[in-house]
Design a protein around this ligand. Structure first.
Ligand code: ATP
Ligand code: MG
Length: 214
């Protein structure tokens, strides 16, 4: 089974995340794609992050009726900070060694991966799909992979994939990058400006109903 895992703070989830998920799922022919909100993101300042339960609920609402996307609460079910390496181990145990796990990440988040717990081990646990913006230069990424992850990764331009003799692949995919961020949405809400068409209507309603990000 080809499984896609898309982790994030989703504070809140927005159409940039959702469109990206749909495009990755199609391009990599994933059988399942799980959105995984982090409970306690190690790199985000507390106080700026809505309750995990609310963020989970917003993801749930956002994908309602969209059968190709699912939500997972594994990181909420686990105590302590949310480390991706533990999430990858969880899904490997759950789906068995034959499952083909792909972790999905934007190039901005990928460029900070050396700060993640046991970051080199991530690449022996799962394939990575790095979502790039059309036209973004790959040179920087290639240098980054070779200096920070492993010099043994070899790039194949035809498939836009880095392969490694022992570890999993790192693939690049140009996606429709909508210039939307959760930061921008939180700022809009705080300033009383509309967030319509940046997030699904159901998410907009929940933010209003619960008074999030004011
Ligand atoms: P914040 O502004 O709070 O950092 P964010 O919009 O970047 O929020 P995150 O939850 O931090 O959202 O991101 C989760 C994942 O989604 C990351 O891998 C990030 O690169 C990716 N991502 C964020 N925004 C977009 C977007 N507009 N299009 C595609 N991918 C995105
Ligand atoms: Mg971010």
């Amino acid at each position: 089974m080809r499984l896609g895992l898309f982790g994030g703070t989703f504070n809140p989830i927005h159409l940039g995340h959702l469109r990206a998920a749909v495009e990755v799922r199609e391009a990599f022919k994933l059988d399942r794609l799980l959105l995984i909100p982090s409970a306690y993101p190690p790199h985000k300042r507390a106080g700026h992050v809505a309750d995990a339960e609310d963020r989970l609920e917003m993801v749930r609402l956002a994908i309602q009726g969209e059968t190709s996307l699912e939500v997972s609460d594994v990181e909420l079910a686990r105590p302590g900070l949310s480390y991706t390496i533990e999430t990858l181990r969880h899904f490997k145990d759950r789906f068995g060694p034959e499952s083909d796990i792909h972790f999905i990440v934007g190039d901005d988040a990928f460029s900070e991966i050396t700060t993640w717990k046991s970051y080199q081990e991530l690449f022996s646990a799962a394939h990575f799909i790095v979502m790039t913006r059309p036209g973004s230069t790959l040179r920087g990424l290639e240098d980054f992979i070779h200096t920070q992850i492993s010099a043994d990764y070899q790039y194949d331009p035809a498939s836009r994939r880095y392969t490694h003799p022992e570890w999993h692949n790192i693939s690049c995919l140009d996606i429709t990058h909508l210039d939307i961020s959760s930061t921008k949405i939180r700022e809009c809400v705080k300033q009383g400006r509309p967030i319509r068409f940046l997030v699904p209507d159901s998410v907009e309603s929940l933010i209003a109903k619960k008074g999030l990000y004011r």
